[in-house]
Design a protein around this ligand. Structure first.
Ligand code: ADP
Ligand code: TRP
Length: 332
């Protein structure tokens, strides 16, 4: 029997290199492995916790879908859908919330971070927190448990959410017997956290991102902004601690990487290192960037693909939800 691997991305901003390297690229590679059955989706209702402008929400949701497709996701080979097209997930969300202690949600990192910041600013602890944000991990548990997921490829910051999912699944299983599978997370150790322009984690929240499908000129400008140390060009440099090398590695061939490593050790100017980075990155991105823009100009095509994906997903979620409802005492 093949294992289900599942992951989602919420439409709260343009896909950046951190998302690509930390989430999309490894997920696409995993989907190719024999014995894995992949389900990838646009976590649009998770995005609604933050984006409250209809036009922006629509644009960002299509953007996530177009990004996956442009990067080679094959909707024939895996299940690719929009979370909001699978209503069973939201019914399960409510069910699971009745088996989740509030204390567990109080400890979820995104909520806790806001509370801590509010405390520092001497505001009400829940200032700026909507219930969607507070319940966020429960909806994520529903996403995962609905499809008997075994492996969840995510970035480091999502590990806690997968652990919470396991806790919720256990609470339910303890009462009604084995129902939900306990998922494992899978993070890419080497690139678990890709640094942004300022050296901190690349993240929309820090405004330090390089959007994946940036136009060449802007891409070059952003790469030039990456912070470096002040070593002179001829000084040997450590490739392992350089964010520029870290990015280079992701887009260059093995021989190019080995060559570049040598150049670092012998001494390369940061200007040249950045130029090389731009070259490999831009030539990798060229084709998917074009495909991305093509898809974005025909959202109907995206809708059709996602709707077909949702049908496949519902063929699994609908009977499983019935089984769950029977266990808790519904006559369905
Ligand atoms: P952001 O931090 O920009 O808001 P998200 O939280 O929407 O990004 O992340 C979407 C996916 O991309 C998650 O799986 C997350 O762990 C991964 N990810 C985000 N930023 C990085 C990064 N800098 N390095 C590695 N993975 C990342
Ligand atoms: N919370 C994830 C993020 O911010 C997105 C997400 C929603 C997700 N549901 C999921 C990831 C289920 C993996 C599995 O990146």
């Amino acid at each position: 029997m093949s294992k289900t691997i599942l992951t989602g991305i919420k439409p709260t901003g343009l896909i950046h290199l951190g998302n690509y390297i930390g989430a999309i690229k490894p997920a696409l590679e995993l989907a190719k492995i024999e014995g894995y059955k992949a389900a990838y989706f646009v976590a649009d209702y998770h995005g609604l916790t933050k984006i409250h402008n209809a036009e922006e929400f629509r644009h960002l949701s299509y953007g996530i879908a177009a990004t996956w497709l442009a990067l080679g996701l094959d909707p024939e080979k895996l299940t690719f859908y929009r979370q909001s097209d699978v209503p069973e997930i939201f019914e399960l969300n409510w069910i699971l919330s009745c088996f989740t202690s509030k204390g567990l949600m109080n400890r979820a990192h995104a909520y806790k971070a806001i509370v801590d910041s509010n405390k520092k600013l001497e505001k009400d602890i829940d200032f700026g927190v909507n219930m969607g944000l507070f319940n966020y991990p429960i909806l994520m548990a529903a996403d995962i448990l609905m499809f008997k997921t075994e492996v969840v490829p995510v970035g480091k910051d999502q590990v806690q959410h997968v652990e919470i999912t396991r806790d919720i699944a256990e609470s339910f299983n303890n009462i009604y017997g084995e129902t939900f599978l306990l998922p494992e997370y899978k993070i890419q150790a080497e690139t678990a956290v890709l640094p942004g322009l300022d050296g901190r984690k690349m993240s929309k929240s820090y405004h330090n991102t390089i959007p994946l499908f940036e136009e060449p000129k802007k891409l070059q400008k952003l790469i030039n902004k990456i912070i470096t140390d002040s070593l002179p060009p001829e000084a040997p440099k450590d490739p392992d601690t350089s964010p520029i090398f870290m990015l280079y590695k992701e887009f260059a061939s093995n021989t190019e990487v080995e060559k570049m490593k040598e150049q670092y050790l012998q001494g390369i100017g940061w200007g040249d290192a950045k130029k090389e980075l731009f070259n490999v990155m831009n030539s990798f991105i060229e084709e998917p960037r074009e495909k991305y823009h093509e898809l974005m100009s025909s959202p109907d095509k995206i809708d059709t693909i996602l709707r077909e994906g949702a049908e496949k997903a519902r063929a699994i979620s609908s009977p499983f939800l019935k089984e769950i409802k029977r266990k808790i005492g519904f006559n369905v």
